[in-house]
Design a protein around this ligand. Structure first.
Ligand SMILES: [Zn+2]
Length: 286
């Protein structure tokens, strides 16, 4: 089992200590597609999966979800965050066993999620559909919550699926805060017109899945390492960080291919360990 670089008390101490570092922002990888983003003493929590719910659910099936990395932090200790987001309703991105203790710790916490998932999502975490803290987002929407502005970007997992009202079921978000722009892709493959959605934001950091397409495992696909590097280059991201690997043994990838393709393209990238802090101060170092 991979041990996070910072875990539990050490992670919380690092988050607290980093607050003073302005005007930079920081992020910590929480495993899979989970990140904490901190700017100006505000914290956003993206796609947290901080439980063993999938390991339990699939224990006696042909798709066992064997954890590869220890949990970085218990969700009930993250009542300090100002907003939480979910890109789609798959459990590694919308986990009741993470979200229920999180909302118990902070019942008023704003949550950003696809409008298409708001009804089912509210039910799964025991909230009312009318809960004022649930903010449904559609592609192209702009929603501010907790000191961050979220822009809805379509995601194709595997396809650009919409509900009966035409709302996208899979999203990525571009977070805007101060002068910064961070693209959290969610789960997605490449689709036509994707770059046109993202490039105008001139993102500083792109967080991109690299576990690829695994139809034989009966799971929806994602960018592979090479495609993630190419997307980062195409949208002009100043830095690309890989995600969505090292969580489950049946659906992971090495970041080597991503790193090699970034090098070939002249795309800056950074591979984080679970629980590791990255600071935007690194962008200035060239
Ligand atoms: Zn996923």
């Amino acid at each position: 089992m991979i041990k996070p670089l910072l875990q539990d008390d050490a992670l919380l101490a690092d988050v607290d200590a980093a607050k003073a570092d302005r005007p930079n922002f920081r992020l910590w990888w929480l495993g899979q597609s989970g990140f904490l983003v901190q700017f100006n003493s505000r914290l956003a929590l993206l796609d947290p999966y901080l439980s063993d719910s999938l390991t339990v659910k699939y224990a006696q099936t042909d798709k066992p979800h064997i954890r590869m990395t220890e949990r970085v932090i218990a969700p009930e200790r993250l009542g300090i965050v100002d907003v939480v987001s979910s890109t789609h309703n798959h459990t590694d991105h919308f986990d009741p066993d993470t979200l229920k203790p999180l909302f118990a710790a902070k019942p008023t916490l704003p949550m950003i999620l696809p409008e298409a998932n708001r009804g089912a999502g509210a039910f799964r975490i025991g909230l009312s559909l009318k809960a004022p803290n649930l903010h449904g987002v559609r592609a192209g929407d702009v929603k501010a919550a907790g000191g961050f502005t979220f822009n809805g970007i379509p995601a194709a997992h595997n396809d650009l699926e919409v509900d009966a009202s035409g709302n996208h079921k899979f999203l990525g978000y571009i977070l805007q805060f101060g002068p910064w722009r961070v693209y959290h892709a969610g789960d997605t493959k490449l689709y036509e017109g994707m770059e046109d959605w993202i490039r105008p934001f001139r993102v500083d950091v792109a967080l991109l899945p690299i576990n690829g397409d695994k139809p034989e495992r009966k799971v929806a696909g994602n960018l592979d390492g090479r495609e993630a590097a190419q997307l980062a280059k195409a949208i002009g991201a100043k830095l690309a960080i890989p995600m969505h690997y090292d969580m489950f043994t049946f659906n992971t990838a090495s970041p080597d291919e991503f790193v090699a393709e970034c090098a070939r393209l002249g795309q800056k990238c950074r591979v984080l360990q679970a629980g590791e802090r990255w600071s935007s101060a690194e962008l200035a170092l060239g």
